[in-house]
Ligand binder design. Structure first.
Ligand code: ADP
Length: 259
C-alpha cells in the first residue's frame, strides 16, 4: 500500500486531474449514481473537462445512465482509455471492462479498492477539471478503503427521506468528518412528488429535515430532487445527458466556488 500511496501522490503520468469530488451515501439505492451523473453533466455544461470514476464496483450504474454500450479499449502505452459519452464526459467503470455486464462482481474488499486505484492510476484521463467519483455505498470497509485511496477534495452526501429519519445519513456524515473530508453539500433525493396535473408539491414522506441536519453539521449547501418519472426513465435507459431541470444547479455552483 506504500507503493500505491506514492503512486497516488505522484499522480497518474497520463492525467492531469484537478479536483476530485466523491459522492457518498449511507446505503445503496438512494440515487447516488443519479446525483453523480447529474453533477457531471452540469459541470460539463458549464464548460469544464469532466470525468466520472465509477467506484461503486459491485453495483456499477454509470454506463447505463449515459447509454454507453461500448467497451473501454487499451492504449498504445498499455494503459486503459476511458469511454467518452455523447456529451464529452470521460467515464471509467467495471462495466466497461466486463464482457458480460450481468455477471456479478464477487471480489472482496482489497481487490475492489485495488481496482479503484487502478482506475485512478492506469486510466489515461488526460485533462480533467472535475472528477466525480461514484463511491461504494455505506460506511463499511470498502467505502472506507476507497475513500482513503483517492485524493478527494470534497464530498457530496446523497440521502433519501427514510434515510434521514433513520439517521443512516449521519453515519456517512460522521465518516466524512472522521476522515477530514469536507462535505460540500447534502442532496435529499426523492424528497417530494410534484403532481403533473395540479403542479402541487406533495411531501409523500412528510416534512423534510435535511436543512436541520445540514445546520447541525455546519454543511452549507442542501439540494432536493423530487421523485420524477422522467428522471427515472432517463437514468435507466434514454441517457441522463438530456435532463432539463435545475435541481442541482446551485450545488454545482457551490462546488465550483468551494471545492
Ligand atoms: P444508487 O446509486 O444510490 O444505488 P441510483 O442512482 O442507481 O442509486 O438510483 C436507483 C434507482 O432509483 C434508479 O434506477 C433510478 O431509476 C431510481 N431513481 C433515483 N432517483 C430517482 C428520482 N428522483 N426519481 C425517480 N427515480 C429515481
Amino acid at each position: 500500500s506504500d507503493r500505491n500511496k506514492s503512486l497516488i501522490e505522484k499522480g497518474n503520468p497520463h492525467s492531469r486531474i484537478k479536483k476530485v469530488i466523491g459522492i457518498v451515501s449511507g446505503k445503496g439505492g438512494v440515487g447516488k449514481s443519479l446525483v453523480t451523473s447529474m453533477l457531471a453533466v452540469i459541470m460539463k455544461r458549464r464548460g469544464f473537462n469532466v470525468g466520472i470514476l465509477d467506484a461503486d464496483v459491485t453495483g456499477p450504474s454509470i454506463p447505463k445512465a449515459f447509454g454507453i454500450d461500448e467497451k473501454a479499449a487499451s492504449s498504445e502505452n498499455g494503459g486503459i482509455l476511458p469511454v467518452t459519452t455523447k456529451g464529452g464526459i470521460k467515464v471509467m467503470s467495471v462495466n466497461l471492462l466486463l464482457e458480460n455486464t450481468t455477471d456479478p462482481v464477487v471480489w472482496r474488499g482489497p481487490i475492489i479498492s485495488g481496482v479503484v486505484k487502478q482506475f485512478w492510476n492506469d486510466v489515461e484521463w488526460g485533462d480533467v477539471d472535475y472528477m466525480f467519483v461514484d463511491m461504494p455505498p455505506g460506511t463499511g470497509d470498502v467505502p472506507l478503503t476507497v475513500m482513503q485511496s483517492l485524493p478527494v477534495n470534497g464530498l457530496v452526501v446523497v440521502t433519501s427521506p427514510q434515510d434521514l429519519v433513520s439517521m443512516i445519513v449521519e453515519k456517512a456524515v460522521k465518516m466524512a468528518a472522521m476522515m477530514n473530508k469536507p462535505i460540500l453539500g447534502i442532496v435529499e433525493n426523492m424528497a417530494y412528488f410534484k403532481c403533473p396535473n395540479c403542479n402541487e408539491k406533495h411531501n409523500i414522506f412528510g416534512e423534510s429535515n435535511v436543512a436541520s441536519l445540514a445546520g447541525f453539521y455546519n454543511i452549507y449547501e442542501t439540494a432536493q430532487i423530487p421523485l420524477d418519472p422522467q428522471l427515472a426513465a432517463k437514468c435507466d435507459k434514454e441517457g441522463i445527458e438530456s435532463f432539463d431541470n435545475d435541481y442541482l444547479n446551485l450545488l454545482a455552483a457551490y462546488i465550483e466556488q468551494n471545492a
